[in-house]
Design a protein around this ligand. Structure first.
Ligand SMILES: Nc1ncnc2c1ncn2[C@@H]1O[C@H](COP(=O)(O)OP(=O)(O)OP(=O)(O)O)[C@@H](O)[C@H]1O
Ligand SMILES: [Mg+2]
Length: 245
């Protein structure tokens, strides 16, 4: 599906990306963009290539064709750590927090980088502890002892330590209890208010439609539909066709 060109320079622009795992052709020409400060949902059934799209943006898999741009600059093929430094935050499906490190040590892994003053570090920690008071309470506890929802918060908070321009969130509410889901939902709003763009991969359709400004729907390695989130609702035929069980 072709997409109309964005009006201003997107923070992330993915164009005609093809990605393989070995000989399996997974992404068949994915095109999407996220504007600065925009929350964009990426929906689709299991196995359609949502996580692979995020991994391709994040340099964890290399596309065989197509390009990824950050702020207008080609970033295709750059290593993940460089992309993180350039302003892309990534919270993978499995969260990847350090289970044996304390909450504080987990957060510090994102802070110990060049050019960040002690004052700035303290301010960043202060900010996440305000947003996630439970992390302040548990700052000396090993990450692995946190509940699933708390680990998700820690993963998002750690991504925030790098002061990203955009965060790629891969199914942040998967497997969480309803109370935790609404907390994650609030965090998305907080990030949005702070001007951080978000590309939100989710299976939770109502939450995604509510939290996002635009949504893309994928099927079989391609974007098959995109629209303003306000244009569709959970009962829409499009939702039934591409996301219904
Ligand atoms: N490392 C891998 N090696 C080979 N095939 C893979 C690998 N990772 C994913 N795949 C396959 O690629 C396809 C897309 O996977 P992907 O994880 O991107 O889907 P998804 O949309 O994120 O699905 P889910 O909703 O289950 O997370 C699936 O068929 C999957 O089995
Ligand atoms: Mg996935």
């Amino acid at each position: 599906m072709t997409e109309t060109a964005p009006r201003t320079e997107p923070i992330v622009l993915v164009e005609d990306v093809h990605t393989y795992y070995g000989k399996s052709h997974i992404l068949h020409g994915v095109t999407l963009h996220v504007q600065p400060g925009e929350v964009v949902g990426l929906l689709g059934r299991n196995g359609v290539g949502k996580s692979t799209t995020l991994k391709t943006i994040m340099g964890l898999v290399q596309p065989s064709r197509g390009s990824v741009r950050l702020d207008g600059n080609a970033i295709t093929g750059l290593p993940t750590h460089k992309l993180a430094r350039l302003g892309i935050g990534y919270v993978p499906e499995d969260r990847r927090i350090f289970g044996l490190l304390t909450v504080m040590e987990n957060l510090r892994t994102g802070l110990d980088r060049k050019g960040v003053t002690e004052e700035r570090k303290a301010a960043l920690l202060d900010k996440v502890f305000t947003y996630f008071p439970v992390l302040a309470e548990r700052s000396n506890q090993a990450g692995g002892t946190l509940s699933g929802g708390e680990q998700q918060m820690l993963a998002i908070a750690r991504a925030m330590m790098l002061e990203p321009k955009i965060i790629l969130l891969d199914e942040p509410t998967e497997g969480l209890m309803p109370r935790m889901v609404s907390q994650i939902r609030q965090i998305i709003d907080v990030l949005h208010r702070e001007g951080v763009a978000i590309l939100l991969v989710e299976q939770n359709v109502p939450l995604t439609l509510e939290a996002s400004e635009r949504v893309y729907i994928m099927e079989k390695g391609l974007v098959c539909h995109h629209c303003a989130a306000s244009e569709i609702n959970v009962d829409d035929p499009v939702v039934k066709q591409y996301l219904g069980v």
